[in-house]
Design a protein around this ligand. Structure first.
Ligand code: SF4
Ligand code: SF4
Length: 184
């Protein structure tokens, strides 16, 4: 799913008008946040609320947008643009899109940034761009301790890559040099 981070609610409150509407995509936001948190967001923004099926499918949006001073959107950057396109109106996104992620042990982790040049065939199926905090392409930095990254509480992506390569006999792949890449 697409991973999202809510923007600062106090900043958003300063953007409200007299009559507000919050449009939420029914897919990724409900995977990132609880229904209760989304309901609270609408209340904090003093907004009417509309949940739509996947915004990335360009659904019909039955809203008279002229009735509202502000239209807030809870969706990824693409879904927010769809609302703006369909309504032909400016919108205010309430979340930032942070990547493509997985949920395990109740935690969301970003696994892919849609870099446009996938190299995980060279890194044992583990993305060094997202699962190494420094996006290093050629092995671990000196900050790894007991398999943990020095930046935040995550397992070092490069230790995981090395372990998987060792299991599959891919030592040569570990030692090969990956050139810096242009990210789209
Ligand atoms: S290298 Fe990483 S960020 Fe790029 S497409 Fe592959 S998984 Fe996604
Ligand atoms: S400790 Fe590992 S995951 Fe963290 S920045 Fe260094 S190489 Fe990357």
């Amino acid at each position: 799913m697409i991973t999202l981070k809510l923007k600062n609610i106090e900043d958003l409150k300063t953007k409200t008008g007299k009559k507000n509407l919050l449009i939420a995509c029914g897919l990724c936001p409900y995977w990132n946040f609880s229904k209760e948190d989304i309901d609270k967001l609408g209340e904090s923004l003093n907004s009417g609320f509309m949940k739509l099926p996947m915004l990335c499918n360009y659904p019909e949006i039955k809203v008279d947008s002229d009735e509202y001073d502000r239209i807030f959107v809870l969706a990824c950057g693409a879904g927010s643009q769809v609302v703006s396109d369909v309504l032909d109106k400016e919108i205010i996104p309430v979340a930032d899109t942070t990547g493509i992620g997985v949920k395990s042990d109740g935690k969301i982790r970003n696994y892919c940034s849609a870099c446009g040049d996938c190299i995980i065939d060279e890194t044992s199926g583990i993305c060094p761009i997202m699962r190494c905090s420094k996006s290093l392409l050629n092995g671990p930095c000196g900050g790894v301790q007991d398999g943990k990254c020095e930046v935040g509480d995550i397992d070092c992506g490069w230790i995981q890559i090395g372990e998987r390569m060792t299991k599959s006999g891919g030592k040569d792949l570990f030692m090969s040099v990956r050139r810096p890449r242009l990210i789209k």
